[in-house]
Ligand binder design. Structure first.
Ligand code: IVH
Length: 679
């Protein structure tokens, strides 16, 4: 055999292997080989193609990187229009839809397929003679834009299909960005000073409508296929024509067999009752999905029934979208207010024209900090996109720049604390601005509220209102004063009966026995959260030892970096804080670690990083066990990492750990360590 022939065969073999592994990785989510092995195959193919450019074909896996920029997109006519869907917003409306269509086909049984409605961009992919020939946007449903080059960069879109696929057919699906992909992309844009995408949908649309497909290639886009547009007869070279499947469900199974990525969340349901259950289940669990879904699509399963039911206007009768409550809305940013936090931080927040988002009226929303406001270019008077997802506090995502009229104002941090009019400072390297007055009333109020809260001293019955009253009456000037409150002081306070005074004093008394970690947390030291407080308590064992630790000492504590160390040292250097500690001690607050705390959590202060696959336990279990024993789990190797646990196919972390001299455990050693620690 001539050399060139042999090379040609090797190239074909490599392409086949790479396509196979691509499919395993990107479509089935179950790779068979490590990234390194995959990269080796790709490298060999690239090298051979470089040596023999005449053997390059457009469908080669090396050709997904993107092509030369376009001037504009071409227009694609859709032979079968892409319809839209009618919406329903409640179970009642869903059942009404079912009733309506059932009445059109009396006596017919109906089963359904339920699918998540991904929030992305609809596309149509045409395959001719086994190759992806056109990829287009939905456009107005009749004519879309030719974005073939961009779609070719999405690895879960097959460039070729098996020989027994129809000669010409079109599949439809939704291109989307996963939440982590979206966050990563926005983080990069933030760092580069580029405007942020408001949501994964906009980001996916923006990425697909790039004239330069090399940009698209860098975006972590993915696709789920949800329909077959049309299919012409089978390709001539393989036997007789095969009838297309009779149901939507079977069509999806068939497309899966051709290599398309079908959502694993799709469900066959025998009746509308089960469809409704599916909707309610996902309405509750939508937050846990790896991508954003804005509803559920319910489709009549039988294709014959679909044809009988037909369409009205642009909407098919045989399918409906059950929409989830929106998580974003647009409203006007009326002003930016400032809250003084317990550490004295000046926290800007948005004052909004009230807007209804997913069942709740939102009037205020988080704005994070000054830098963030500047970076996102949010101006007072702007129309802004506000998001309220799950349990998190609503936040302003981005301004709608196109709606500006020139009267918007830039936000400026006040030069004086809005509560006590003292000067404010912005420490070097920090994003927050702080009030410099240690006895700023707003600050003390917040600090008191934090001190009594559940995760801190847990003083039941002392809520925000009471804290305010105690402050106003000057009964407490600092947190330690809570312990010298007397019955007669409080009985005069408005709305305080004898019984509640008793309960409260009781709760204050009980709080003296709170574990050291809670006391440390309760002090409200800047940058010391509940977890750091745990670490400090177990490392130092007493408040005195912590208070006398130098910045260098503190840096020795695992996971404590320079910022936290400086803040702690600074806190205990201040006389007023040392006085508070003394007062707490005199009041009988326990400032020592209980002896048993340490023993039960023997891995305290040890940081583990995991790499590769573990055979005996899923990663999540390994993490839970480490944390249960007091250890922490890091995502990358640093000087502070205590152990790297290396499973099968470890990644680059192993080399880094070796370079840094981190202790490396194999699975067996790790198992033994856990066993020892649990004794
Ligand atoms: S079926 C006639 N299935 O929702 C059926 N659509 O208004 C039309 N979408 O633009 C589409 N996930 O991009 C269907 N599983 C799914 C879907 C889905 C998302 C989008 C689609 C379309 C819009 C419908």
């Amino acid at each position: 055999m001539a050399d060139i022939e042999r090379t040609g065969e090797r190239i074909a073999e490599l392409r086949e292997q790479i396509n196979y592994h691509n499919h395993r990785y990107h479509v089935l989510d179950s790779p068979e080989v490590s990234d390194t092995e995959y990269d080796t195959l790709m490298a060999e193919l690239r090298r051979l193609e470089e040596e023999h450019p005449e053997l390059i074909i457009p469908d080669s896996p090396t050709q997904r990187v993107g092509a030369a920029p376009l001037e504009a997109f071409g227009v694609v006519e859709h032979p079968v229009p892409l319809l839209s869907l009618a919406n329903v917003f409640s179970s009642e409306e869903l059942l009404a839809w079912h009733k309506r269509i059932s009445n059109l086909v009396p006596g017919r049984e109906m089963d359904f397929v339920c699918e998540l409605k991904m929030d992305g961009l609809a596309v149509a992919l045409t395959y001719t003679d086994g190759h992806l020939t056109t990829g287009a946007t939905r456009g107005d449903g009749y004519r879309g834009e030719d974005i073939t080059q961009n779609l070719r960069t999405i690895k879960s879109i097959p460039l070729t299909v098996p020989k027994d696929a129809p000669r010409k057919f079109e599949v439809r699906g939704e291109v989307y960005l996963s939440r982590p992909g979206f966050e990563k992309l926005n983080k990069e844009r933030y760092e580069e000073g580029q405007p942020l995408f408001a949501n994964p949908r906009n980001a996916a649309a923006g990425s697909l409508r790039q004239l330069n497909s090399r940009v698209t290639a860098k975006r972590p886009l993915d696709i789920y296929i949800y329909g077959l547009g049309y299919a012409e007869e089978e390709r001539g070279d393989v036997g007789a024509n095969r009838a297309m499947p009779p149901t939507h469900w079977d069509t999806m199974e068939y497309l899966k067999s051709l290599g398309f990525k079908i959502s694993p969340h799709n469900a066959y349901v025998p009746d509308i009752g089960h469809a409704e259950k599916y909707c309610r289940r996902w309405e509750e669990e939508r937050e846990n999905l790896e991508f954003e879904a804005d509803g559920i699509v319910i489709k009549v399963n039988s294709l014959e029934l679909q044809r009988v039911l037909g369409t009205v206007g642009h909407d098919p009768r045989w399918a409906v979208a059950y929409k989830f409550p929106a998580i974003q809305a647009t409203t006007r940013l009326l002003d930016i207010g400032i809250n003084v936090g317990r550490t004295g931080s000046l926290n800007p927040y948005a004052i909004l024209e009230p807007v209804y988002i997913g069942g709740v009226t939102v009037k205020r929303a988080a704005l994070h900090n000054e830098e963030d406001i500047g970076r996102k270019d949010i101006r007072i008077g702007d129309m802004v996109i506000v998001q309220r997802a799950g349990d998190v506090i609503p936040e302003v995502v981005a301004p709608v720049v196109s709606k500006r009229n020139g009267e918007e104002r830039l936000f400026e941090m006040p030069a004086l604390c809005p509560s006590c009019k003292s000067e404010v400072v912005k420490p070097e390297g920090e994003v927050m601005t702080y009030c410099t007055n240690a006895s700023c009333p707003a600050q003390i109020y917040r600090l008191l509220a934090h001190f009594v809260s559940r995760g801190a001293m847990d003083i039941d019955g002392v809520g925000g209102k009471l804290v305010a009253a105690l402050r106003n009456e000057e009964l407490v000037k600092d947190v330690a004063d809570l312990y010298s409150l007397r019955e007669q002081d409080m009985i005069n306070l408005e709305r305080m009966g004898e019984k509640s005074v008793h309960n409260m004093l009781d709760a204050i008394g009980k709080s003296k026995e709170r574990p050291l970690a809670k006391v440390i947390f309760a002090l409200g030291i800047r940058h010391v959260g509940a977890e750091t407080a745990e670490l400090l308590a177990s490392h130092y064992g007493s408040m005195d030892r912590l208070a006398s630790a130098s910045e260098e000492d503190l840096l020795e504590v695992p996971t404590i970096g320079p910022k936290i160390a400086a803040s702690i040292a600074d806190f205990f250097q201040k006389k007023e804080n040392r006085d508070i500690i003394d007062k707490l001690r005199r009041a009988g607050v326990r400032l020592e670690e209980e002896a048993k705390g340490r023993k039960e959590r023997p891995l305290i202060g040890q940081e583990f990083v995991l790499t590769g696959r573990l055979e005996a336990f899923p990663r999540i279990e390994a993490e839970t066990r480490i944390k249960g024993l007091g250890g922490s789990v890091g995502s990358s190797i640093t000087r502070k990492t205590t152990y790297l646990v290396a499973g099968i196919d470890p990644g680059s972390k192993l080399e880094k750990a070796r370079a840094l001299g981190t202790r490396i455990l194999n699975e067996e050693e790790f198992r033994r360590l856990l066993e020892e620690a649990s004794k």
